[in-house]
Design a protein around this ligand. Structure first.
Ligand code: PMV
Length: 349
């Protein structure tokens, strides 16, 4: 599909008062990665990042303020959310309450169509949907920039899922309020590329180290971290030019080196954070073979062992087949650029 960069296509208002609001958001895959925060409380990244929002694996979240409830109720895929997940959602609801001047607890129901915690960006779609539905449910009329800033407080990558297609998240400058104001996402308006992403799920289990903990450890202990974070600035400039030119091989090369560099910083952390598995390496080898055979295909990996392969849509079937051969038993999905987060109406559900 061609992506729709309009701020909020045909956005309906929240459901009737007392009914709350429901939003749908899709995950995004970063081509220039966000890895490391310079302010953990405000969730300010060290460096700018750039991603593409997908058209598969949406998250649907309903938020309904409930004046009669004693506490927030949070369910994830039909089950009560526990521990860290619940803490993060409740912390986010507190931000909404503070901003709206309201105090009611909320009933939050979230449904993911992607395995949670497997490095497939469920926190990005999750907090984008929560920001949009939650803001509407608490009567906040916020534009997309403000919503992306807000979503960032849940998960920095979520700021990008407010937008369809390619989006960039600014790290902002300064500290405190200035940093918070300067760190938001926006669409990349002049990107002229409509790629496919072939996703190889080699392991759908929850990751062993959360991205939050892994990031902190990398920033605090990896001697390679500063160099990689600095390299993101040049990578971002180059990838934006390549996107403008619709140059898939250039986009892919930059994305692949940026992701491998990010994993190198983690491998150098003390103790090392290693998300790669033997199947990850097998898929990476398969991608190299494809390139040797003349197919422009480039890999990127997030906080997990799964691999996403950027290619031309016309090559997607061949890439998917190569991935299956490289890692027999893995699940393979093909995604295209997808839409930004949106509110839904009762009729659509
Ligand atoms: O926003 P988080 O905490 O889910 O971290 C996302 C980190 C990566 O997915 C590895 C990179 C990115 O920019 O999405």
């Amino acid at each position: 599909m061609r992506t729709d960069h309009r701020a909020d296509p045909a956005a309906p208002a929240a459901d009737a008062p007392g009914q709350g609001a429901t939003a749908v958001a899709h995950p995004n895959i970063a081509l220039i990665k966000y890895w490391g925060k310079r302010d953990e409380r405000l969730m300010i990244p060290y460096a700018d990042s750039l991603s593409v929002t997908l058209d598969i694996f949406p998250t649907t979240t309903t938020v309904r303020p409930d004046p009669g409830a004693a506490a927030d109720s949070v369910t994830l895929d039909g089950r009560p959310a526990q521990g860290e997940v619940r803490r993060r959602v409740v912390g986010f609801l507190d931000l909404l309450r503070k901003r709206s001047g309201r105090s009611e607890p909320a009933v939050v129901d979230t449904r993911n169509s992607v395995p949670t915690g497997a490095g497939l960006a469920s926190s990005a779609s999750g907090f984008a949907a929560l920001a949009l539905a939650g803001a509407a449910a608490y009567g906040l009329d916020l534009d997309r920039t403000v919503l992306s800033r807000l979503a960032r407080r849940g998960s920095a990558s979520a700021s990008r899922s407010l937008f369809g297609g390619f989006a960039v998240c600014h790290a902002g400058r300064g500290i405190g309020t200035a940093a918070d104001f300067g760190s938001y996402a926006e669409p990349v308006p002049d990107a002229d590329l409509d790629p496919a992403l072939v996703i190889a799920v080699v392991d759908a289990g929850a990751k062993t180290v959360s991205s939050r903990d892994a990031m902190r450890r990398t920033v605090e202990t990896s001697p390679l971290y500063r160099a990689w974070a600095a390299s993101c600035t040049a990578d971002l400039t180059e990838i934006r030019a390549a996107l403008r030119q619709g140059d898939l091989p250039a986009v892919g090369e930059i994305a692949e080196r940026n992701a491998l560099g990010m994993h190198a910083t983690m491998l150098a952390a003390r103790p090392a954070v290693r998300y790669f598995s033997p199947a990850t390496m097998a898929v990476l080898d398969g991608v190299l073979r494809l390139r040797a055979d003349g197919v422009p295909a480039y890999a990127t990996m997030d906080a997990g062992p799964n691999v996403k392969v950027l290619c031309h849509p016309a090559d997607a079937d061949r890439v998917a087949e190569a991935v299956r051969q490289a890692a027999p038993g893995c699940s393979v999905f093909t995604a295209r650029p997808g839409p930004g987060a949106r509110l839904t109406t009762e009729a659509e559900r």
